[in-house]
Design a protein around this ligand. Structure first.
Ligand code: IVH
Length: 684
């Protein structure tokens, strides 16, 4: 069974034997390394080495038009679809009954044994419950034939081309002698929490709607008509179930899981086999304890009768099997009362309403504050001062109010409107059309200033260790810093006068500030706290501008030409770099010893066409016809315009230039000769 390249001509007969062998060897080797990297998380070769082998395979495949169906090159490159085909599952994909306490698990075990009419202790498997999207993988003759979503349990959608892009999904079952003719393997596609957060940050910067949780992000990524989008999301798979199978038999869940593992499928992070319900509850506790350290979200543990024959006897009641149950971890929620709501001012002036709560213990932690996000949220949930509310604390994130317990209202609760004046500086508070956020317009608002300094010093920014919220507040209140520039003017002696500093701590802070002078453009741009410029956008800018100075007076049009940059960010960046006061601040920082390197630019250059994002105008006679030069510029990603304006990057000057040259000079547009242009394209 072969797939063919573009021509789809069965040329395999004409491929020399040793080439076939070489291709087969490369596919095997690459698939093995893919497995080491994506399933076992323990690679044995470097990324460069992998890329080298991959490129070699790709060249041979193209040259000889000989492509194996499990070749790693077949994971990407499928064209977008118009719609998904429907797929009927041979065996329905069921859902699970929940147990909300250990007692309910004991009750489940009792039910199972009563049904089977046995007093004996039964064997169960226990696995984490993955919070993702259920998928069925169908293999025929050992090759991945189709992947489908669960849908309504009976009929799902064909998402094969998307699932192929997930590197941990085997394209072929590699197990000598123990490959079923046909098998449906079920599992969960999920996204790690960190990956989900990074994706959302990126989307926020681009002004795209955010995903509510990793599950939605995973589902949204799989249900994409364009597989290149799925390929760009880091998705994982955990296989835990079996559907229809032909040509082989499995006796139990444990046996099946062990087979999956041997066949190089990713299996759940923990799978335990236990005899008797006590052991089951111990395994649940183990998973409950460990689950907060998992990189992915789990909201429970799944308990399954191990023996497949017993499973068959137990059967299904409507939609849930009698042989399995999902134990749900207690949600990290508590009920308490909102004592007051206080507006808190952030570095961009955004005012966030924060609820001050009557302290409540949730999951072993005392919670006394909760963010209310913004006034839309307050309105949507109808939150008032004095309300009794359900508060949720998930992981390390700031607790949030889930809902108001309206039955507890006494009539004394008061709504909390947007304040007219900033609670810190007294300036006006505005809320612009179409914006969710209310902002303080006071430029010198101390809250904003302190928050901006704290952001400047924070981890992903200038990374000044020891300069957290408390120290910023202290330095600010003593008048030692009014702006982040002042950090570089601080002396050890200044610090020694403060209550919290002694010789050593003062030295440490001054050293940390000194070290931060050595930084990268991406970090520095992020540290500046330009509106809408998060870490991702800052890196993108660094990839496209070699030096900080290249951003001075930049036009929004120039920024928008960068792939992935939206207009909102472009306007904000341009506004920042066209403000003479800001430029002065940057120059002051440089004069205080800031040294900015830009390792990202090199990376950006590799990802980009040589003239990408640049606008050229031609004047005078060039050695080659003008049309040809324009085509060269456009072909290399540049834009050839006919009139000089502020957004022109270069004027290409030939013999006998016209008035465009004067205009360029007047506007400060750079000029290049034809030879210099060729040099820029790498052809000189
Ligand atoms: S077994 C009949 N095992 O939970 C049993 N399901 O609520 C079917 N899930 O649709 C599934 N982790 O998407 C099983 N270790 C696990 C699971 C798991 C997550 C999901 C699955 C299923 C849903 C049922």
């Amino acid at each position: 069974m072969l797939m063919h390249g573009k021509g789809r001509v069965p040329l395999s007969e004409r491929v020399p034997k040793e080439i076939k062998k070489e291709i087969e060897r490369l596919v095997k080797e690459l698939n093995y390394h893919c497995y080491r990297y994506y399933v076992l998380d323990s690679p044995v070769i470097s990324d460069e080495e992998y890329d080298r082998l991959y490129r070699h395979l790709k060249e041979l495949e193209e040259r000889y038009n000989y492509v194996l169906p499990d070749s790693p090159t077949q994971r990407v490159g499928a064209p977008p679809l118009d719609r998904f085909e429907k797929v009927r599952h041979t065996e329905p994909m069921l859902s699970l009954d929940n147990a909300l306490s250990y007692e309910e698990v004991v009750e489940f075990d009792r039910r199972v044994r009563r049904f089977l009419d046995t007093e004996e202790e039964l064997e169960y498997t226990v696995e984490p419950k993955y919070d993702g999207l259920a998928i069925e993988l169908t293999y025929r003759g050992g090759l991945l034939y189709r992947a489908s979503t669960r849908g309504d349990g009976y009929e799902g959608e064909d998402v094969t081309q998307n699932i192929r892009t997930i590197r941990s999904v085997p394209l072929k079952i590699e197990l000598a002698g123990r490959v079923p003719e046909e098998i449906d393997i079920r599992g969960e596609v999920y996204m790690d929490i960190e990956e989900f957060e990074a994706l959302n940050r990126e989307r926020e910067e681009k002004g795209e709607p955010l995903f509510a949780n990793p599950r939605n992000a995973a589902a949204g990524s799989v249900r994409q008509l364009d597989p290149s989008i799925t390929a760009s999301r880091k998705l994982h798979l955990a296989c835990y179930g079996i559907g229809a199978v032909k040509g082989m038999e499995f006796g139990s869940q444990w046996e099946f899981i062990m087979w999956l593992k041997e066949a190089r499928f990713p299996i759940p992070a923990i799978v335990r086999l236990r005899k008797g319900v006590r052991g089951v509850i111990e395994a649940i506790k183990e998973i409950e304890e460990k689950h907060t350290t998992f990189p992915f979200e789990t909201d429970g543990a799944v308990v399954k009768v191990n023996d497949f024959e017993l499973q068959r006897r137990l059967g299904v009641k409507t939609r849930e099997p009698r042989w399995a149950i999902a134990y749900k971890f207690p949600a990290h929620q508590g009920t308490t009362r909102i004592k007051e709501i206080i507006p808190s001012v952030g570095r961009t002036g955004v005012i966030t309403p924060v609820a001050v709560l009557e302290p409540v213990r949730i999951g072993g932690v005392t919670v006394s504050r909760s963010t209310l996000h913004n006034w839309d949220e307050i309105k949507r949930k109808d939150i008032r001062v004095g309300d009794t509310v359900v508060v949720e604390r998930a992981g390390d994130v700031i607790p949030h109010v889930v809902m108001v317990v309206k039955e507890k209202r006494t009539g004394k609760e008061r709504p909390f409107p947007i304040p007219e004046r900033c609670p810190v500086c007294g300036a006006r508070v505005v809320r612009e059309e179409g914006e969710v956020a209310a902002r303080c317009v006071g430029l010198n608002c101390p809250a904003q200033v302190q928050e901006r300094i704290r952001h400047f010093a924070s981890r992903g920014a200038m990374d000044i260790e020891g300069l957290g919220e408390k120290n910023v507040e202290l330095l600010y209140s003593r008048g030692l810093i009014r702006h982040f520039v002042d950090l570089y003017r601080l002396k050890k002696e200044d610090l020694l006068e403060l209550p919290r500093f002694a010789e050593k701590s003062a030295r440490n802070l001054i050293d940390a500030i000194e070290r931060s002078k050595e930084t990268t453009l991406a970090r520095f741009l992020y540290a500046l706290g330009i509106l809408h410029v998060g870490e991702y956008a800052a890196r993108l800018l660094a990839k496209n501008f070699r030096r900080l100075e290249d951003l001075y007076n930049v036009s929004p049009e120039r920024i928008v030409r960068i792939k992935q940059m939206g207009e909102k960010i472009a306007r904000s960046v341009a506004a920042f770099f066209n403000d003479p006061e800001n430029i002065k601040t940057l120059e002051t920082l440089k004069s205080l010893g800031l040294r900015i390197t830009n390792p990202d630019y090199e990376k950006g250059r590799k990802e980009r066409l040589p003239l990408e994002g640049l606008t050229f105008v031609i004047t005078g006679t060039l050695p080659r016809p003008r049309k040809e030069v324009e085509e060269l510029i456009e072909g290399l990603g540049g834009h050839a315009a006919s009139t000089v304006s502020r957004s022109t990057d270069y004027l290409v000057v030939g013999e006998g230039p016209g008035s465009k040259l004067q205009k360029a000079r007047a506007l400060g547009v750079k000029t290049v000769t034809y030879d210099e242009l060729l040099e820029m394209t790498g052809r000189g």
